[in-house]
Design a protein. Structure first.
Lengths: 411, 89
């Protein structure tokens, strides 16, 4: 029997404290210990473990010196944004193999629409397992399912957490349409998808749960919090926001990893030229031209430099791309010795031909000039004039379109 | 060959509403074939007054129009004689 289609079910896959989860995935011995991840160049806590937060009061955004003062045994790990982005992209790719539309919502969070998927699986549990399986188990992903994205997000934020009596919730929390009011009422406001400042202000006036927030007059919320308040009111009233899938874009990428990190600019340029040649030979490019060029350099510490150039004309010729790529690398202030270099071509599309210059210019070859002049001579003989014109600027700044450019006969 | 201005305006028939705003326009060329196409939305309007100090003043009210068939066209009303023209801008 075909199960009935569930009209409104959304899923939210979350890896809580994603940067920290990535680091602990590589060093499982640190699970349960007070650990923070911080940028090397900004001494501020980016992601803190529950042990650091609950026992020592270390919170995200805190200065590292203050965090270490609160917790002398704190383990501080250097952030590796490039690695986190790569793992996040891998999770999104895996989700897209299961669900047609995936909406990224920051590192380690993604929304999916489940209504069309329910009938593809034997049971809801099988579907939930497939979604959870998109993230590596060592990252300890959680899944929330609800009738709106908002409820699914709240459900995901509570999945796998400890309640007051010490019980651990399962990794999947499902909230039916009929249970929404009872579910959201005790949820702490810290789980709301709003700015930290708004949560701080709510807690200052004693509002700690979504139930208390929902009991407030709507106009008061809007008056206090403006546009954010309006969005929150809409969410509390059950407004359904659709899943906005990330745009699918054809792209090819090649990378080169160096056992010995490159320190000199010349070596980086030579490596970039090699990667560019490789990406142009990529079998998936299939003679298509690219609209955008992205070059990335990564250091051993996982720090990243990236330059993204939108090409004036879609192209895929080595010389034309090198003219764009080389200056970007020459100007770059790289974050350290480069251990990996990648070049990506984005916005691939079939080539519609390249319209070069028709008229003979000083750069044209003598043979081409001669051929064009011969063609013009024939036109003049046949029609009495060449019929070939040249656009000349008259008043290019004019607000009146017909005064900007004129066509004059090419003689 | 004397210089020929590019993007010269082309006269078109326009139906206007009581407020004088374009309601339907007849576009020249094979795509339009002279039939009236309804205006879905006035996307933008701007006015140009030039040369009022000289012998040939020019006063135009331009409209960027979204048509119901999805096309986006620029038309203007010559405020001296009330005629309508379309033009690439």
């Amino acid at each position: 029997m075909v199960p009935p289609r569930n009209p409104d079910m959304f899923g939210c896959l979350v890896v809580p404290r994603f940067p920290l989860a990535c680091e602990l995935g590589d060093r499982p011995e640190l699970w349960g210990r007070p650990v923070v991840v911080a940028h090397a160049d900004a001494p501020v806590v980016w992601s803190a473990s529950p042990a650091a937060t609950q026992t020592h009061g270390v919170v995200e955004g805190q200065r590292l010196s203050e965090a270490m003062g609160r917790c002398p045994s704190l383990v501080v790990l250097d952030a590796r944004p490039a690695r986190y982005e790569a793992r996040d992209a891998a999770i999104l790719d895996a989700l897209e193999r299961v669900v047609p539309g995936v909406e990224p919502a920051g590192l380690g969070t993604a929304y999916v629409e489940l209504a069309s998927l329910a009938r593809c699986y034997r049971s809801p549990a099988a579907l939930h397992a497939a979604l959870l399986g998109c993230a590596p188990s060592e990252l300890r992903p959680r899944l929330g399912v609800g009738p709106t994205k908002f409820v699914a997000g709240l459900a995901a934020s509570l999945a796998g957490t400890h309640d007051r009596s010490g019980n651990v919730a399962p990794n999947v929390t499902v909230v039916d349409g009929s249970e929404v009011a009872a579910f959201v009422t005790p949820v702490p406001v810290t789980a709301l998808p709003v700015e930290a400042e708004m949560i701080r202000r709510l807690r200052l006036v004693g509002i700690t749960t979504v139930g208390q927030l929902a009991a407030l007059p709507r106009h008061a919320l809007v008056a206090q919090f403006g546009a954010q308040g309006m969005r929150l009111v809409a969410l509390l009233d059950g407004a359904a926001e659709p899943v906005r899938p990330r745009p699918r874009e054809e792209r090819v990428r090649e990378r080169l990893a160096f056992p010995e990190p490159l320190t000199s600019r010349e070596a980086v340029l030579a490596a970039a030229a090699q990667v560019l040649r490789r990406v142009l030979r990529h079998p998936r490019r299939r003679d298509r031209v690219a609209r955008q060029l992205v070059v990335r350099a990564e250091t051993e510490q996982g720090r990243r430099w990236e330059s993204r150039v939108t090409l004036r004309h879609a192209r895929c010729d080595h010389d034309g791309l090198w003219v764009t790529l080389a200056p970007a690398l020459e100007r770059a202030s790289l974050p350290g010795p480069v251990s990996e270099l990648s070049v990506e071509l984005r916005g691939l599309r079939p080539s519609r031909g390249w319209q070069g210059e028709l008229l003979p210019t000083s750069r044209a070859s003598a043979e081409r000039r001669e051929r064009i002049e011969e063609g013009m001579r024939q036109l003049r003989t046949r029609y009495g004039r060449t019929l070939v014109g040249r656009m000349v600027p008259v008043e290019p700044w004019s607000r009146i379109p017909e005064r900007r450019w004129a066509l004059v006969e090419l003689e | 060959m004397t210089p020929r201005p590019l993007n010269a305006p082309v006269r078109i028939p326009v139906q206007v509403d009581p407020a004088g705003e374009p309601r339907a326009i007849g576009l020249p060329g094979p795509q339009g074939r002279g039939r009236a196409v309804e205006v879905a939305q006035v996307a933008e309007r701007w006015r140009i007054d030039e040369g009022w100090w000289g012998p040939s003043p020019l006063s135009r009210l331009y409209y960027r129009l979204a048509l119901i068939d999805g096309r986006l066209v620029t038309v203007y009303r010559d405020l001296d004689d009330g005629t309508w023209w379309t033009q690439r801008s």
